[in-house]
Design a protein around this ligand. Structure first.
Ligand code: CTP
Length: 402
């Protein structure tokens, strides 16, 4: 069970006019599910696209639509709304709304409260959504640059099919992407200015074109580490074995199949990174020569024989670089985790090994980690992998700081 990642956060969710308003309904649901409380504010144009009733039902709060709403005792909705908020998120942010923000206009409630918020205490995140020509127009580009220069965080837009039938930049990010972006926004930026390289997943060593040797690693822990490092402000490269997981936001992914491909990709990137976290379950051996054609069963000829050769040790190779990154290894064990992890610490000559029980965690969403270094051992108790990854990132950040 993933911890409630926005627990205790109060978000003002502003909707300006655009067909992407339908995604704001799902976004509200996800924010609430993540533990946030959500106050929806809608412009008149937004109400043409989605009903306030829907947004009220999903947010469990009356939607506010007008600066002339006389219900607040002080009659100052535009002040009250942001004083209690941890952030204002405008999704969708239309071209017109961006123009208003850029100019500091305040002729309706949403732009008014954006202007009236305390800039240092109540951050503004905006998710543009519009036709690609509107997005590409120099006026919009000028406005969005100005809004960013004024301190707003611009999320997206994405490229793809548009409601108008055209294809291009201007789609609002999906609700789940926006929710994740907000969660990331609130994470402490412990690795700001740092570069992190992560290896993840299994490798696959071909026997013939249809068969191979692999293992049960799902890649989930490595992808969680990559996500946590990106959330912490690092520039992240993820070298992934064959897994079907989605790439975390703002992470550059390099897909590989075999251990040798992973070795080449990691070694090519290693010197340009401050930290290398080797979560991959690299196949220790590979068939000497993969057969070019599928090996067929032939009656009476028994089973095929093939010889194995050892794969390069990627972690040890990176650790041996003279100006290499700070290296963190993982040790997936079936028993005696601490003893095996400590042996790997010395054998691979890395400053930190993270031990875990392989069979208990492969494919699961949860794990428990044992951090083993020269100073001692520290247990990170059982939790979901993202929570553990964030704790590990904090441990790494503290170690590379000193
Ligand atoms: N590793 C690696 N390259 C390999 C083998 C392992 O980079 N060819 C890395 C893994 O990513 C992990 C650490 O080394 O960070 C330990 O991996 P593990 O498979 O637990 O250890 P091995 O060295 O393979 O030892 P054993 O299989 O005997 O436990």
């Amino acid at each position: 069970m993933t911890a409630l990642q926005l627990d205790g956060r109060h978000i003002v969710l502003g909707l300006s006019g655009g067909i992407a308003c339908y995604k704001a309904a799902e976004l509200t649901r996800l924010l609430i599910k993540a533990g946030a409380s959500v106050q929806v504010v809608m412009t008149e144009a937004a109400e043409k696209f989605i009903g306030a009733v829907t947004m009220q039902a999903l947010s469990n709060r009356a939607v506010v639509t007008s600066q002339w709403d006389a219900r607040p005792d002080n009659n100052m909705a535009h002040i009250n709304l942001t004083r209690e908020a941890d952030a204002v998120v405008v999704a969708p942010a239309s071209a017109d709304f961006l123009a208003k923000l850029a100019q500091g206009r305040a002729d309706e409630l949403l732009s008014l409260l954006c202007l009236a918020r305390r800039i240092d205490e109540c951050p503004l995140l905006i998710a543009p959504a519009m036709n690609r020509e509107m997005w590409a127009h120099p006026a919009t580009q000028r406005n969005v640059a100005q809004v960013a220069a004024d301190g707003a965080v611009v999320l997206g837009p994405a490229a793809g099919d548009q409601a108008c039938g055209e294809i291009g930049d201007g789609r609002m990010l999906e609700a789940a992407e926006l929710c994740d972006a907000l969660i990331a926004f609130f994470q402490p930026k412990l690795l700001a200015g740092r570069t992190v390289l992560v290896s993840a997943g299994p490798t696959y060593e071909a026997i013939d074109p249809v068969r191979g040797i692999t293992n049960l690693s799902s890649g989930k822990m490595g992808f969680a580490v990559a996500r946590a490092a990106a959330e912490a402000g690092a520039v992240v490269t993820l070298v992934a074995g064959p897994v079907a997981l989605p790439t975390p936001a703002r992470v550059t992914r390099i897909d590989v199949t075999s251990a040798r491909q992973m070795h080449d990709a990691v070694l090519a990137a290693a010197a340009a990174h401050d930290v290398f976290v080797a979560t991959a379950a690299v196949a220790d051996w590979r068939p000497i020569d993969a057969a070019a054609q599928k090996i067929k069963k032939v009656a009476g000829q028994g089973v095929p024989a093939f010889s194995l050769v050892e794969n390069p040790d990627i972690l040890a190779a990176v650790a041996a670089l003279s100006t290499g990154p700070y290296c963190v290894g993982f040790a997936a064990e079936s028993h005696d985790v601490e003893a095996h992890a400590r042996a790997k610490l010395e054998r691979k000559k890395v400053p930190l090994i993270v031990g875990n029980l392989g069979p208990a965690t492969f494919g699961q969403d949860d794990n428990a980690l044992l951090l083993v270094d020269a100073k001692g051992t520290r247990a990170l108790p059982h939790a979901d992998k993202l929570t553990l990854a964030r704790q590990l990132v904090a441990e790494i950040a503290a170690r590379i700081k000193s």
